[in-house]
Each structure stands twice: as C-alpha cells, then as structure tokens.
Design a protein around this ligand. Structure first.
Ligand SMILES: Nc1ncnc2c1ncn2[C@@H]1O[C@H](COP(=O)(O)OP(=O)(O)OP(=O)(O)O)[C@@H](O)[C@H]1O
Ligand SMILES: [Mg+2]
Length: 289
C-alpha cells in the first residue's frame, strides 16, 4: 500500500507535495517510490533541509520499505546524514536547521504538531558513527531507554529486556559476567554493539545507522554487518556508508545522493551492476567522490 494514500490533509503540512502524481521524484533515476502492494515504512515527499540559507537537501522523495536494509551512499557533504536525521527529527536539535516537505512513518506526518518527539525517537532509533555509550554501566546503558519509556515494571522484567537486547545485538556472551562495569570500558566494536543493544531495547520499528562501522576493524565490522542482516527480519534499517562493499553486502536497496539531490534509488544489485545514472556510475567506479 502506498502510504501517501493514507495521509489525511491535516497530517500533511504541504498537501500539494503529497499527491503521488505530484511527487514521482522528477529527476531521480530508478524507483524511489514503492509500487502498489508494497509496504513503505517511511515515506519522504519533496523533503528539503536548510541550514540557515544553505539548501543542504533538495526535494527528496523516497520510500523506505519495511523489513529491508536501505543504504544511503554518496560523496562527503551530499546530504546523507542530513536526510537520515530528518527521519527521526534529529535536525530539530540543530540551530538554524529547517525541514520542509513531508516525512511520514506508517503514513503519518512525523512533523505534525501532535507528534511526541521522544516517542518518535523510540520508534525510529539511531546509531551514530562514533560509539557513544553513556558513562554508566553496561546494564544501565541498555536499561536506560526502557526505564524512561516505562517498558519494564519489575527488576526481573528489566533483566529480561537487558539480556534479550544484548543477545540480539550479539554482545551477551561477551558481557554477561560484567554487566555492572562501565560501557565505556568495552572495545570500540563492543561499544558499537552496546549502542545497537541500547537502540533495540526500546523496541524501535526503524533503526537509522550513520556510518556505524567507520571506527571499527574488519572483524568488528563483519559482526555488525551480520547483525544488521539478522535485525532486518524485525526492523526496518537505513544505513549510511562510505563503503561500496558494505552497501552491497548488507542492503537490499541503495539510494545514491549527490550535492543534496537523490540521483538514483534502486535494488542494490542493479545500482552496483547496472546503474541508470552517469553520476552513480562515476561514484561506484571510484571516478569521483
Ligand atoms: N549543522 C550544520 N550546519 C550547517 N551546515 C551543515 C550542518 N550539517 C551539515 N551541513 C552541511 O550540509 C551539507 C550536507 O551535510 P551532511 O553532513 O548531511 O553530508 P554527508 O553526506 O553526511 O557527508 P559525510 O559523508 O561527510 O558524512 C554539507 O554541505 C554540510 O556542510
Ligand atoms: Mg554524514
């Protein structure tokens, strides 16, 4: 089902841009919007982001499919992080940042006035480039979110949430005997898996990852990539990466950005074997960027 059809006018800040016919992403090669019968978890329509006068993201229309990994690729400064942050309103906390157009989660405008941003960020979690555990114990890093969202009412329940989140993040066996030690004392790769455990502890629906492996060695990277593949059974994942190999390994769809524009979005295999746009071809073959 195309999500735009389920949006009511009051959920749509810019109704003129939310009509499917008005948004067939002119100028974008490939298939940025899902077809009939397919599920879009997140939909962007004519989304622009400005930092003061700077127009950093330019009228992007893109659907992100449920239970898939979508990779965002493109040269430095092309707007990948900017777009990613607009998907859970992280740009709200950047002074001077302004988002226009429509971003919908399950067909509902996430920028609507009634939306509780704390709840939204529990539904759309984020993992950053640099592992950033809280200066707390391993246990408390994971328990923090469930506690503020009231997801566990007893100590036993909380223990279960912490254990299952660490298990799903592939970290449990490495840390089960030292849950009370500081999260910051783990290795970089373990810290990143702790951050993933922290993100999944609140049962998000979408996980946004901004270059989650860029600070990791190849072994830790391989672990995170395996994990991403497992997580996609239950979550919708968006990953920003500078590694073509990583995008090819972990994602089913890939979106290529250039100078704030979405140039091409397609099945990952198509993007890497037979891109439709010259700019995509140039980037994936390493001729620029
Ligand atoms: N907080 C900010 N204030 C002003 N300009 C910004 C801010 N954040 C990003 N920009 C600008 O917006 C554009 C897009 O930046 P963004 O960080 O989204 O790029 P990116 O594709 O994630 O790059 P990279 O691959 O280097 O992480 C750039 O020109 C950048 O300088
Ligand atoms: Mg970035």
């Amino acid at each position: 089902m195309a999500m735009v059809e389920t949006m009511t006018p009051e959920q749509t800040r810019t109704p003129e841009t939310a009509r499917p016919d008005a948004t067939r992403s002119e100028g974008t090669a490939g298939s940025p919007l899902v077809g009939p019968g397919e599920d879009a978890k997140v939909s962007a329509r004519d989304c622009s982001v400005y930092y003061g006068e700077k127009h950093a993201l330019k009228g992007v229309s893109l659907d992100i499919k449920v239970n898939e990994v979508t990779a965002f690729i493109g040269p430095s400064g092309c707007g990948k992080s900017t777009f990613l942050r607009s998907l859970n309103r992280m740009n709200d906390i950047i002074d001077g940042a302004r988002v226009t157009g429509l971003i919908a989660l399950d067909g509902e405008d996430i920028y609507a006035r009634k939306v509780d941003v704390v709840q939204l960020r529990a539904r759309v979690g984020m993992v950053f480039q640099k592992p950033n555990p809280f200066p707390k114990s391993i246990y408390e890093n994971v328990a923090y979110g469930p506690r503020i969202h009231g997801l566990a009412s007893t100590k036993d329940e909380m223990d279960d949430v912490v254990q299952s989140s660490l298990e799903r993040a592939g970290l449990w066996t490495e840390v089960k005997d030292r849950l009370d030690q500081p999260g910051t004392g783990l290795s970089g790769g373990q810290q990143q898996r702790l951050c993933i455990a922290r993100a999944i502890a609140v049962s998000p629906e979408v996980i946004l990852m901004d270059e989650p492996c860029s600070a990791l060695d190849p072994i830790a990277t391989a672990k995170i990539e395996e994990l991403i593949d497992e997580l996609r059974q239950n979550y919708t994942i968006v990953i920003v990466t500078h590694s073509m190999q990583q995008a090819a390994r972990v994602s089913q769809r890939t979106a290529f950005f250039h100078l704030g524009n979405l140039v091409e979005c397609n099945d990952t295999e198509q993007i890497f074997t037979n891109p439709l746009h010259k700019l995509t071809q140039g980037y994936i073959t390493g001729r620029f960027g």
